[in-house]
Design a protein around this ligand. Structure first.
Ligand SMILES: Cc1cc2nc3c(=O)[nH]c(=O)nc-3n(C[C@H](O)[C@H](O)[C@H](O)COP(=O)(O)O)c2cc1C
Length: 193
């Protein structure tokens, strides 16, 4: 396979985060499928809450610039998104909004979201697995940032007992759906490699 690089991150930095577990699992399955996964933590890219005064006075934070560069070094991106009150985490929204403010001289708006492909997933202790938050995230990604997001999504309901000790999903159907999403993400990313 060509050098297909997939970036993976979680919208939670909580210790024991279920979404970080999901991101770790996706990274493993990406590697197992023959592509190259990079798993980063948003804890390593802290940014202030967006405020237009900060942007006007100080510019976009260096960590947003760094994250944009990492995203642009990959052909595909998987985001594991916690669901907070049917929406996405403030950390994830704030991070992506800062990154969306960046575009170089010859780049389109929200450049980090262009020319690569995205996949979304969520893990929640609840019965719906965070699917409602993913609907909102899809709207933000596609309509807000102009990103290409594949239709396949991986949701993990009952996340407190859904992961085996080795990080795999205990439910065979959910595991199969996750692998289907990973395959589609890699196939689409390979077209951009
Ligand atoms: C403010 C808040 C709102 C939440 N709302 C939802 C919700 O709408 N749906 C849901 O499934 N879980 C909800 N939860 C529970 C989260 O899914 C749960 O805390 C989850 O563990 C967060 O993701 P993490 O494990 O990756 O940190 C909420 C949690 C918080 C703190």
């Amino acid at each position: 396979m060509k050098d297909v690089r997939i970036l993976v991150f979680s919208g939670s930095t909580r210790s024991g985060s279920f979404n970080t577990k999901l991101a770790e699992l996706v990274a493993k399955r990406v590697d197992a499928a023959g592509a190259q996964a990079t798993h980063l933590s948003l804890a390593d890219y802290p940014m202030p809450i967006y405020n237009g005064d900060i942007e006007a006075d100080e510019g976009v934070p260096e960590n947003a610039k760094a994250l944009k560069e990492v995203m642009q070094a990959h052909h595909g991106v998987f985001i594991a998104s916690p669901e907070y009150n049917t929406s996405i985490s403030p950390l994830l929204k704030n991070t992506l909004d800062w990154v969306s403010r960046l575009s170089g001289d010859d780049e389109p708006p929200a450049a980090a979201f262009k020319n690569r492909v995205f996949a979304l997933g969520a893990a929640s202790p609840g019965a719906l697995g965070g699917i409602r938050g993913l609907m909102g995230l899809r709207t933000i990604m596609e309509i807000g940032y102009g990103a290409l997001v594949i239709p396949e999504m991986s949701t993990v309901p009952g996340a407190g007992s859904a992961f085996e000790d080795d990080g795999a999903l205990s439910d065979a159907r959910a595991a199969g759906l996750l692998d289907g999403m990973v395959k589609r993400l890699i196939d689409e990313a390979a077209l951009r490699a």
